[in-house]
Design a protein around this ligand. Structure first.
Ligand code: GLN
Length: 454
């Protein structure tokens, strides 16, 4: 813990940690030291972690990267972080992120973006988003591991951009209670780690049924680490032809082929599969996620949480809402709230929201059919490129940024587990990651297959 705290203090330039909690960390570490002396010391005793700012942490600022939550210190602890502390883990601080987890580069954060510790010629690159503070912190050794959340790729894309491992569990595996909601039917928390084994250990501590989250699955949590046998003989891995999209750099294709070879060498059988509705995934996601966000973000009204605008004489409650939301939310969040409100409005609900939900069901069915053919996991690239330069993407057209999620959003729409594993480098030496998608609640199997790609 002391080593991490001092690493954090000398890494301010990365802007990865937005609220440091050194006193709390040292107290937790001391308590962990005591617990370590007992026979039944818990699994994570003394392990220092960084926590994405989307998790509510008791009496510690929890701002979700937004101005509107300035000053908000929850009276409660999220279910996931509570479980981690009960397992002996130590909280180092809160990590940077895109505002309300909306973004792929960390640039929508009210704190300014975190910076990728990987550089090309001193050029600052994005650590990815939205969990970019988490990926930067793990890659720069500011913590042993971090928590992220993933609604459309926000764990897997930043992991791929920083050479770290990022796991999005099956929807319902990890409680969402106490995590600031973005799109509730897609959001899942997961570990961001240096290797697959750490992801397995952390997932076990994070997962489990929580009656406080009605979508939490009442399914036993196995020992995921024990699943890492390294034996994948006889496993069938699908390569979806729809993920071969135009304009993808050769090096991503080469990486994908390399991943295929690694799995084959380890004894897996590779088959071509088809997920025909893949091309509708991004449009469906960018209807459903904003729709849910517009509803979830209605609670930020200047009354219950955080920031409230200064009011003029004669302003009533409506002006208070309007002014607070106008200055509290950033541009991307406002765009999502407007899109979401539009697609849910009486005249357009069927044309957009309902249609997107039907597309979502088809996307899920594509996966069900592939798994029914005996496929154990699906291998794809994690991202369409390596980390890009800060300020280079999405400035003129937000859709340019949304295209980053092309390989990751299907997994959230279908509620499946997905993991990004660092498997190679681009021409400039930047890390590249592959994605494996697994069957629902088969994270053990998924982690074991991912382990062979390390
Ligand atoms: N980049 C995607 C978005 O902006 C995904 C974000 C996420 O997974 N939280 O919505």
């Amino acid at each position: 813990t002391e080593a991490c705290l001092s690493a954090i203090d000398s890494a301010d330039a990365l802007n990865a940690v937005v609220h440091k909690t050194p006193e709390r960390a040292l107290k937790m570490a001391e308590a962990a030291d005591k617990r370590l002396q007992s026979e039944d010391a818990p699994a994570l005793c003394g392990i220092p972690l960084g926590i994405k700012d989307l998790f509510c942490t008791e009496h510690v600022p929890s701002q979700a990267g937004s101005r509107i939550l300035q000053g908000f210190r929850p009276e409660y602890e999220s279910a996931v972080t509570r479980q981690l502390w009960d397992s002996g883990a130590v909280m180092l601080g809160k990590l940077n992120m895109d505002e309300f987890a909306m973004g792929s580069s960390n640039e929508t954060s009210v704190y300014g973006n975190a910076v990728n510790p990987w550089k090309v010629d001193d050029r600052d690159l994005t650590p990815g988003g939205s969990s970019g503070g988490s990926s930067a912190a793990v890659a720069a050794d500011l913590c042993l591991a971090a928590l992220g959340t993933d609604t459309g790729g926000s764990i897997r894309q930043p992991a791929a951009f920083t050479g770290t491992v990022g796991l999005k569990p099956t929807y319902g595996r990890v409680s969402r209670w106490g995590i600031v909601a973005f799109a509730s039917s897609l959001d899942q928390a997961g570990p961001m780690t240096k290797d697959v084994r750490d992801a397995a250990i952390l997932l076990r501590a994070m997962a489990g049924h929580d009656p406080q989250d009605s979508t939490s699955a009442d399914i036993p949590v196995p020992d995921f680490e024990a699943a890492l046998t390294g034996d994948i003989k006889g496993k069938t891995i699908g390569l979806p032809r729809e993920y071969r999209i135009d304009g993808i750099p050769d090096e991503i294709d080469a990486l994908w082929a390399e991943g295929r070879r690694m799995l084959e060498d380890a004894g897996a059988k590779i088959v071509d599969v088809s997920l025909p509705h893949t091309k509708y995934a991004l449009p469906a996601y960018y209807v459903i996620a904003p729709a849910e966000a517009s509803s979830n973000l209605a609670r930020y009204d200047g009354v219950r949480f955080g920031h409230r605008a200064k009011l003029d004489q004669g302003d009533g409650i409506t002006e208070m809402y309007e002014k607070t939301r106008a200055e509290g939310f950033g541009a991307e969040v406002k765009r999502r709230v407007m899109v979401g409100t539009y697609v849910l409005s009486a005249g357009f609900y069927d044309a957009y929201y309902n249609r997107a939900r039907r597309v979502r069901a088809l996307i899920k069915r594509d996966f069900d059919e592939v798994f029914a053919q005996g496929v154990d996991a699906i291998l794809t690239p994690a991202t369409p490129s390596a980390a890009f330069g800060l300020g280079e993407m999405g400035g003129k057209d937000p859709v340019e940024m949304y295209l980053n999620d092309v390989f990751t959003v299907t997994v959230n729409l279908a509620g499946l587990p997905g993991i990004a594993v660092p498997t190679g480098q681009d021409r400039q030496g930047l890390p590249l990651g592959l994605q494996l998608i697994g069957r629902p609640f088969e994270e053990g199997d998924l982690l074991n297959i991912a382990h062979t790609l390390e």
